[in-house]
Write a protein that binds this ligand. Sequence first.
Ligand code: SF4
Ligand code: SF4
Length: 402
Amino acid sequence: MSALIVEVVYRGIFQKNLAARIARGIVLSARKSGRWGIAFGRYGDSPQRNGIPAKDFAIVADTKEELEQNMARYEPKHTDVTVVLDDTLSKGVESWAWYGLQPINRLTVPNGTVLMTSVQPFEGLLKDIHKRDTPYKLSLLRAKASFSGLWVHKEDHTEARILGALAKIAPHFLTLDGVSEAIQEIEWGSDLKVASARKAFERLETREVKITEGNAEIPYSFEMPKWWEMREGVTIPAIPVGKPMEGGKGYVPERNPYFKKFTTRTMRPVIDFDKCVKCTLCWIQCPDSCFDVTSDGLYDANMESCCGCGVCEAVCPAKECVTMVSEAAFEDNASQWEMWRKDKGVYQTWMTNKIHSKEHITRSHGFRFRGQYDQEIKQDLDQGGIEIITGIPGENAAGKQR
Ligand code: SF4
Ligand code: SF4
């Protein structure tokens, strides 16, 4: 008797439907493979915000009794497979539902698997994924992160491909035939998606990760107050007033010292300070009070609190002054203004490298102008992508309603 525990780590709102499809798809695939299964979301993630890391879980067991035994826990403490639906989650995850930064492989059991959609090389991802004291496997499905919205779904077959990959990773629980049968039957399924799942099964790339590999950074954490340190009743203190910067000039707003928000981000703003006209719009419009007003009257986005919404880029009136760049292109949260102030030439080279790389500025979600989606689809096709002409929403939905 044994069980397979899978967590699906996704970006709140943008991938909510995708994660639910995968978790439910695992359960149906389990039934088709002669196993028992259940899927559930993490309760605490319920009030999601755009991009915030969140989790669904699926458990598959050989017998009903074993499934019930696993369900007796509030949520799994260890997982055999960690499915990661966006490779920028490699830097770790912070959410409404837990405290501090969790390395993406934190719950994965020794010799378990982290399964990720990514076009980055293994080595690039291992610069971000935290080291751990037991080996594990990293499996990659070659794909860009699939982003959509709360009520919509991007029909790029990611859910089917993840299920095909899981059949390769855990064949005892999910057979490829079982997965194929489930995809054929499920309301979002189609023959084309079955073919995608089978291709993902064949093409999955897997590599062992040794304990010496990975990001050595100690993840951000904080001590929870003890019960005797808590104040009476429920009180929410107001945000204190911020502080001036050097020599009484500038202004640094007060920020939440416990909840950082940066793992919510898939892109971050890069600022060309030489183009800034000091209009204040980014500072006023940023929903997370990220901007420090610097002592020379410029605006420096604090990278620990930026959630990557792109509002600053949208409101900035100066041409090419703020550019959103993929989070994968950065290795720390250091101040851009400090770098610019220290050596403008070095900053110019650094910034040019980030904002002129097509790979870095391709948006993971959201659009800057009308027609951008059509343009991106065309680009994908020009680069050898295959146009999806069947299998679009709910090909099997009619059958389900009967
Ligand atoms: S992307 Fe810009 S507006 Fe959005 S949180 Fe970050 S700094 Fe603020
Ligand atoms: S919106 Fe642009 S130009 Fe205006 S202060 Fe911010 S960075 Fe400078």
